[in-house]
Design a protein around this ligand. Structure first.
Ligand code: SF4
Ligand code: SF4
Length: 348
């Protein structure tokens, strides 16, 4: 593992230089909170305000995505994907873990298929992560094993130390980049590594949520979706509190369900195929052309979501479907976010 340091001022100059050659996406402060955006002005970088509500997933799997255009007669497909190089800077460890989950979901591994729309963007994006020194009120990455410090998934990983950033190189593109811009970096000392370890231990102690998610997963596994362990009345109560808004799905960095929509002009001469995010909480999510709908009941939909996040994802992708980012805790009006439900299942 190559360990370097970079001073704060020099980090901004480094990013500014990179920005001349490539798109740079960073956390910025906007009305209503922090968000990831492509920037022109380097002074807009904001690493102080916690994790943006919208996750980096949007840059690989956008909320609405044109897959191709169609023209009647010639029947031509025109793919619209950009192959531009990008740097996504300031990703938190939970979101790096979520990207690992999405990588598996959109790849051939685990019985899937390679999704070119995802992978063209993913392979053209360089990831710079940053470790968290503060446990936000809603965060529980520590319980999911995805934070507060990242172990993998980055090209470069930063840890804010007292006077500068410690930089860990996590890939050969990362190695190549720091070698090309070596004048910005200095070698780290053993003391810098120790400081990082101390900070990690200190941050872990800040997390206030105490749920044992493995025990919850074991209970779900024992239930096997049968209702033998967690009765239908429980899911009924939870379902009654769900407003079908889909907010939890939209903010979740690991939710990967989508719908396909074909649009044409009035004369049906020119059209496009769109991919749009879907929500397993919507009543139409599993509705079939015949009108039959195995998920017509809110109770069944929310139950499926919880099983998907805490059990099925581990069985299918070999990774937890919840990385503890805390976003659904912020947006759920029904107060039935994943952590609250997990807590209630644990208490049963
Ligand atoms: S955010 Fe809450 S209320 Fe909205 S769909 Fe999700 S569980 Fe239901
Ligand atoms: S289920 Fe909630 S806490 Fe877990 S990864 Fe999704 S949004 Fe984050």
């Amino acid at each position: 593992m190559i360990l370097l340091t970079i001073e704060r001022e020099r980090l901004l100059k480094f990013l500014n230089e990179l920005k001349r050659e490539t798109e740079l996406i960073v956390p910025v402060q906007r009305l209503g909170g922090v968000t990831f955006e492509q920037i022109e002005d380097i002074d807009e970088v904001n690493l102080l305000e916690g994790n943006p509500l919208s996750s980096p997933k949007q840059f690989f799997f956008p909320q609405t995505d044109q897959l191709f255009q169609l023209r009647k007669g010639a029947f031509t497909f025109k793919e619209k994907l950009k192959r531009k190089k990008r740097i996504l800077f300031g990703i938190r460890p939970c979101d790096l873990a979520a990207l690992e989950f999405c990588d598996r979901f959109f790849s051939r591994e685990h019985g899937g298929y390679e999704d070119i729309y995802y992978w063209i963007r993913r392979r053209n994006t360089f990831l710079v992560g940053i470790n968290c020194l503060k446990a936000e009120e809603n965060c529980f990455c520590f319980l999911c094993g995805s934070g507060p410090f990242a172990r993998r998934g980055y090209d470069l990983q930063l840890t804010p130390l007292e006077d500068f950033y410690l930089v860990e190189v996590g890939s050969s593109p990362g190695d190549k980049l720091v070698s090309s811009y070596s004048h910005y970096f200095s070698a780290a000392s053993p003391g810098d590594r120790r400081e990082k370890e101390t900070l990690e231990e200190r941050t872990k102690k800040e997390f206030s949520h105490k749920i044992d998610l493995q025990k919850v997963t074991n209970k779900l596994s024992k239930d096997g979706f049968s209702g033998a362990v967690i009765k239908n009345e429980f899911w009924e109560e939870i379902g009654d509190r769900c407003l079908d808004c889909g907010g939890c799905n939209y903010v979740c960095p690991t939710c990967t369900c989508f719908s396909i929509l074909d649009k044409t002009d009035r004369n049906i001469e020119v059209g496009e195929r769109m991919r749009i995010w879907d929500s397993c909480n919507f009543s139409g999510f599993t509705r079939m052309a015949s009108g039959a709908n195995p998920g017509a009941n809110k109770r069944d939909r929310i139950k499926r979501r919880v099983f998907c996040k805490l059990l099925f994802s581990q069985e299918n992708q070999g990774l937890p479907g919840c990385v503890g980012c805390g976003r659904c805790l912020k947006v759920c009006y029904g107060e039935i976010d994943i952590l609250r439900i997990a807590g209630e299942i644990q208490a049963k």
